[in-house]
Design a protein around this ligand. Structure first.
Ligand SMILES: [Zn+2]
Length: 310
């Protein structure tokens, strides 16, 4: 097979919607970008200072319930993870994302709408080889009972465990090799979730202001409050895997390695990337080889993968 080459969108995508935490509407325009550009947000509503925010792990300034990026001038964009997961899962390595508000629209709480738009416009190859972050030595971080690790593997695998007291979630464990469009089929439509008992508190500290049953699964005392129920029995752990993919995409290049998360969240995955980059012997950034090419999430993906998503 041929080696994977970098890709961008064939044409721009425009989406409008409210943010989950701010409740504020924003217009999002995801545009093509050249090879080796990476992913960059631009706050087009801010014109009196540098409004560019590279989508990189070292620009993360808050991880409470979502991943928020900030540039050196304090220009921020929140809840980037579901869009980042969609771009990474569809093999889009370069894009400029213009947004006229502080938060990426939440849509239905999953990555499905972003994926649909990306697959509708299609991707175009840019001729330059993909660079990958290959894990050479296991690196882990932990905090209480939360744990996250990246370890060497020939694949890109995400393995996640969660445990909630509420029996509507309980203990869930899922593992997935990210190649051949499996993100799109297996994870992309899995929604974010929260406890009803936490909603009032979240609102009191300025979070979840745009939250509703239309953009999140809400759990209350053993029940799912959404009338349609779960999209999958283990939708919650699959959403955590989606988040992990989006947060790992902030490495700037695709990862070749195994991610293992236990009760982890945005903060742990971000701490993990900081730990990896602080340990130069734990990784290498190399041009993709033939075997790694076959493991990348976007390779082999087609629109029919979305139709196969249950
Ligand atoms: Zn999420």
């Amino acid at each position: 097979m041929e080696f994977a080459v970098q890709a961008t969108l064939k044409s721009s995508i425009i989406l409008v919607g409210a943010g989950l935490h701010s409740g504020r509407p924003a217009r999002l325009c995801v545009m093509p970008a050249p090879a080796d550009f990476g992913i960059e947000f631009r706050r087009v509503d801010i014109t009196d200072k540098d409004n560019r925010i590279p989508a990189r792990f070292d620009m993360v300034n808050d991880t409470q319930l979502c991943t928020r990026l900030s540039n050196n001038f304090g220009v921020e964009v929140a809840t980037v993870e579901h869009l980042m997961a969609a771009l990474a899962g569809c093999g889009v390595h370069n894009a400029i994302i213009e947004i006229d508000g502080p938060e990426v629209p939440i849509m239905d709480g999953s990555s499905e709408r972003f994926v649909k738009e990306i697959l509708s416009v299609g991707v175009v190859e840019l001729g330059a080889p993909v660079k990958v972050l290959r894990i050479l030595k296991a690196v882990s971080v932990s905090d209480g009972d939360a744990f996250a690790e990246l370890s060497p593997s020939d694949d890109f695998e995400i393995d996640f465990e969660i445990a909630f007291e509420d029996i509507a979630i309980g203990e869930q464990h899922h593992s997935l090799n990210m190649k051949n469009g499996s993100f799109v089929r297996e994870l992309s439509n899995c929604r974010t979730f929260c406890m009803f008992s936490d909603v009032e508190y979240m609102k009191s500290i300025g979070l979840a202001r745009g939250g509703s049953l239309a953009n999140a699964i809400v759990i209350d005392d053993g029940n799912v409050l959404n009338p349609e129920g779960y999209r999958r029995e283990d939708e919650c752990v699959r959403h955590k895997m989606l988040d992990a993919l989006g947060d790992l995409a902030l490495a700037g290049v695709p990862v070749i390695g195994r991610y293992h998360g236990v009760r982890a969240g945005h903060r742990m995955t971000n701490l993990l990337l900081h730990a990896v980059f602080a340990a130069p012997d734990s990784f290498e950034i190399v041009e993709v080889n033939e075997q790694q090419s076959a493991q990348l999430p976007g390779v082999g993906l087609s629109y029919s993968d979305l139709e196969l998503a249950v």
